[in-house]
Write a protein that binds this ligand. Structure first.
Ligand code: 5RP
Length: 221
């Protein structure tokens, strides 16, 4: 199976974690696009979705799935999203699609985070994928200096403005041994909107697409 087939496989497998008639959280990216397309085939349907990006909103609406304002929803039973990397504890790097801030907001109101990913995303230590950091544009240079002091090599993602009007720094060279601590450290710097480490909002379960089929990894606690 190629990577696209693995993404479609886990996109369909995530339906087993969705209750018809509920409102769910929906992430962003090519794997999530497969999930949204699978959602459209579900009968009975979900009541609606809270979306993590304008792109996902557009796709959900194209399938006739109602999209609700995040502020109108107190709790979601489940949030389904992809990842750029996921480790043995369910900690993730996200933001390859520049939607990290809204993704973290929607994940924060969900009881369970169902990560859908192909097996190339599974790592022992986070940090091979360049870590995205969304910043307020006027803070980009200072946040970049701080990231260099941590040992990273930040590069401004060219031509990208997030749905929130932010810019993205992609940081190479960080070995993220303690994801919770690094998330807390970077998030407190002035001008950082969100760091793409999802440790506080880590996955509850990961549906990993492998050549042998869908492998379910659970991360209790
Ligand atoms: C977007 C994300 C995506 O979940 C992540 O980039 C994975 O994307 P894909 O499913 O296309 O590989 O964090 O901001």
């Amino acid at each position: 199976m190629n990577q696209d087939e693995l993404k479609a496989l886990v996109g369909r497998a995530a339906l087993a974690h969705v209750q018809p008639g509920t409102v769910i959280g929906v992430g962003t990216g090519s794997t999530v696009n497969c999930f949204i397309d699978a959602l459209a085939t579900m009968t009975p349907r979900i009541a609606g979705a809270v979306s993590s990006s304008e792109k996902s909103t557009e796709r959900l609406r194209a399938h006739g799935i109602p999209v609700l304002d995040c502020n109108a929803v107190e709790r979601l039973p489940v949030y389904v999203d992809g990842a750029d990397e996921i480790d043995h504890g369910g900690h993730m790097i996200k933001g390859g699609g520049a939607a990290l801030t809204r993704e973290k907001i929607v994940a924060d109101i969900a009881e369970r985070f169902v990560c859908i990913a192909d097996e190339s995303k599974r790592v022992d230590t986070l940090g091979r994928f360049p870590l995205p950091v969304e910043v307020i544009p006027m803070a980009a240079a200072q946040v970049a200096r701080r990231l260099r002091a941590l040992g990273g090599e930040p590069v401004l993602r060219q031509g990208v403005v997030t749905d929130n009007g932010g810019h993205i720094l992609d940081v190479r060279g960080l070995a993220i041994i303690d994801p919770l601590a690094m998330e807390a450290e970077i998030n407190q710097w002035p001008g950082v909107v969100t760091v793409g480490i999802f440790a506080r909002n880590r996955a509850s379960v990961c549906l990993l697409g492998t050549a042998q089929g869908v492998k379910t990894l659970t991360f209790p606690g």
